[in-house]
Design a protein around this ligand. Structure first.
Ligand SMILES: O=P(O)(O)OC[C@H]1O[C@H](OP(=O)(O)OP(=O)(O)O)[C@H](O)[C@@H]1O
Ligand SMILES: O=c1cc[nH]c(=O)[nH]1
Ligand SMILES: [Mg+2]
Length: 211
């Protein structure tokens, strides 16, 4: 597994406001959307393309276009849904699948409550969207599902990651064709499995359900 931490002042600036507890839900959603577009720019560096011949107003030339089969984008509900628009703005022709997953707040174990994506992902490049990589349980389960269906290249885009979760992914997905792109690997997880300093519960902050 490869991990890429996007080191860019605009990313750091937006992430700081996202973390701030005073940031309200509408602003949180807007910043998450903007951040994912910046992260997606890095995450799609190896998106598959094919050559195409075109004619400009001046002469014929050769360029590239996204190749077939189209990439699949999979947001992990709920919080990952807030990253979908920012991603498909960059990849408008991508197909979109959905995984609904929730982490038990006591055991921290992830379970899947909804799956809606193609059964056969053979030869597909997949971009998984989830703002938080905490214990890693959610992403490991999600990526294993994608690989079992045949995906041969999986990139997870996370706004934040914890070192503990990155370690779990490296152990559980050894040798798998997986890349994680994130804006930050934070300090640690706290005793409740929250990322420190983190940003709190991404889903609650995005959808105003905290408290
Ligand atoms: O790495 P992990 O320890 O598995 O935790 C990360 C998961 O926790 C959050 O989801 P949550 O269960 O809160 O669901 P939600 O998006 O519906 O709020 C987050 O959006 C990730 O999916
Ligand atoms: O810090 C965390 C950890 C898991 N899920 C969140 O939303 N936030
Ligand atoms: Mg949540």
């Amino acid at each position: 597994m490869r991990i890429h931490v996007v080191d860019h002042p605009l990313v750091a600036h937006k992430l700081t406001t996202l973390r701030d507890e005073r940031t309200d839900s509408p602003t949180f959603r807007r910043l998450a959307d903007e951040l994912v577009t910046l992260l997606a720019y890095e995450a799609t560096r190896d998106v598959r393309t094919e050559q195409v011949d075109i004619t400009t107003p001046v002469q014929r030339t050769t360029g590239v276009r996204l190749s077939h089969p189209r990439p699949l984008v999979v947001p992990i509900l709920r919080a990952g849904l807030g990253m979908l628009d920012g991603m498909v703005r960059l990849l408008p022709t991508a197909e979109v699948g959905f995984l609904g997953m929730v982490r038990d707040e006591d055991t921290l174990k992830a379970s899947t409550y909804a799956t809606r994506m193609p059964e056969d992902l053979s030869g597909r490049q997949v971009y998984v969207l989830d703002p938080m990589l905490a214990t890693g349980g959610t992403l490991v389960a999600a990526i294993n599902t994608l690989i079992e269906r045949g995906a041969d290249d999986v990139t997870a885009i996370c706004l934040l990651a914890a070192p503990e979760g990155v370690e779990v992914m490296e152990r559980e997905l050894t040798g798998a064709p997986v890349t994680v792109v994130t804006a930050s690997v934070d300090e640690r997880l706290n005793e409740n499995g929250y990322i420190v300093p983190g940003l709190g519960d991404a889903g609650d902050r995005m959808y105003g359900t905290a408290g």
